[in-house]
Write a protein that binds this ligand. Structure first.
Ligand code: HEM
Length: 143
């Protein structure tokens, strides 16, 4: 269950000086494609488009900190798009695990059990709004 403390922790990761996208983005994709090499084929091949996909995702993730009806509609549509790309609940787990793993290595000492839990809950909440149900025991491996 997502609470205000989770949201505060997620917000402070976003605002951290350590949060360098030029480190986070390649780290995220390298984790995702090594956990699941098959998923590589549905992603664009060029780095610029991969980066812009992640920037678009991060924008939606940041917007989800302010819960609005508009956001619900946007995530609903985004979810449909992802379902039509045959993305599965297990793929979503891999995504969350890669995302939190890349955050852990980017944020270094600012990453701990609490931030890990907050981000996992937050990404599960977004998955839910996109009508995915990744397994709840997702992401036990990065701490
Ligand atoms: C936090 C969850 C996620 C968010 C907010 C998100 C956001 C987005 C956005 C905004 C786009 C661009 C849509 C468009 O062009 O209209 C996109 C595309 C895409 N997403 Fe996601 N996504 C998420 C999770 C995932 C997951 C779990 C996968 C698969 C493991 C995935 C794979 C893709 C792919 C393959 C594309 C198409 C990229 C392209 O061809 O340019 N996404 N996503």
């Amino acid at each position: 269950m997502l609470n205000d403390q989770h949201k505060d922790l997620v917000r402070s990761s976003f605002e951290s000086d350590q949060m360098r996208l030029e480190a986070f983005i390649p780290e995220f994709y390298s984790r995702l494609f090594s956990i699941n090499p098959e998923i590589r084929t549905i992603f664009p091949t060029d780095t610029a488009r991969l980066e812009s996909k992640m920037l678009a995702s991060l924008t939606h993730v940041a917007e989800a900190l302010v819960d609005t009806e508009r956001l619900d509609a946007i995530l609903g549509q985004l979810g449909e798009k992802h379902h039509s790309m045959q993305i599965s609940d297990d793929n979503f787990s891999d995504f969350i695990q890669s995302f939190t793993g890349a955050l852990a290595s980017t944020l270094g000492p600012e990453w701990n059990k609490e931030t890990h839990e907050a981000w996992t809950e937050f990404l599960l909440y977004i998955a839910n709004r996109m009508r995915f149900s990744p397994p709840q025991d997702v992401d036990q491996t990065t701490l």
